[in-house]
Design a protein around this ligand. Sequence first.
Ligand SMILES: Nc1nc2c(ncn2[C@@H]2O[C@H](COP(=O)(O)OP(=O)(O)OP(=O)(O)O)[C@@H](O)[C@H]2O)c(=O)[nH]1
Ligand SMILES: [Mg+2]
Length: 322
Amino acid sequence: MADPVDDVHALIEAARDGQPRAVARLISLAESGLGSRRALAAALGHQSPRAAVVGVTGPPGVGKSTLTSALVARWRARGERVGVLAVDPTSPLSGGALLGDRVRMHEHATDPGVFVRSLASRGHHGGLAVAVPLAVRVLDAAGCDVIVIETVGVGQAEFEIAALADSTVLVLVPGYGDAIQAAKAGVLEVADLIVVNKADLEGSEQVVRELRMARGHQPPAEDRWPTAILRTAAARDEGIAEVVDAVAEHGRWLAASGELSGRRRARLRAEIEAIVVERVRAGLDGNREVLDGLADRIAAGEADPYSVAEEMAREHLSPGNW
Ligand SMILES: Nc1nc2c(ncn2[C@@H]2O[C@H](COP(=O)(O)OP(=O)(O)OP(=O)(O)O)[C@@H](O)[C@H]2O)c(=O)[nH]1
Ligand SMILES: [Mg+2]
């Protein structure tokens, strides 16, 4: 059997040449077990990321995929390579099928400069927190200039995607009564751009006005990016160039202000944490009998839970046992 690490190196070479099947296989590795991901991360090397990572989030059905598809067309017209990851944090079971629907990127299906993949939270411990950053690294290695991460925003998801991306685009629609609530809930702080989509429907100017007023109430700060608020009709390809320009402008601001390295550092910190937590959980799962024995010692009055937990960590969860 060929050395799996050699295989990974060959796949990375093929991905760098722009072979979509190699990219697809590498992203599958990014979703698989710990051993494969470890080999993949090592083979990808340590070069610093090149691509701009753009998160697109918002409630179900607001047009995130339609907008993403329209954005992709613009970036392609400028000769940029684009990767799209459709991430569904909500449906560990139905993920695959549902996501297929959710991506709607058919117009780019035959373009070799566009890679589109879905990621759902699989069973493994690390889940999306470990899969997404690695998939982003794969797309970066494959030469993508822009990587879009689309997630359905439910509750905290807006905040979580902000932790994965350089720039976060929140998509809302008129009639989505929570626009202002969203603003109050701190979304204005987290979203770098808010796109009010479906501008062909009634009420979108109103939503934009309200959001701009909410933004106006933020205390001004010289070093802060003022959340851009834009209107689009993605299905009609209207307002898209303005979004592309605002994303680019935000990218320049990130680099100039030093915020980019800060965000990326926070992202790496979160990734390390997720890997450590995953490994500790795996270590606990692999030592059920030891745990039973320790529990029995507590029950027999021979030890207390804290000293036993320390013993567990020292003897069975240390990196030497990984
Ligand atoms: N009227 C109108 N409809 C739109 C517009 N943009 C998207 N839609 C429609 O809204 C519906 C949902 O669009 P999607 O792009 O799949 O929305 P989404 O946010 O990606 O949906 P999920 O991924 O399922 O959360 C589709 O029927 C689109 O055609 C728009 O600008 N105007
Ligand atoms: Mg979608």
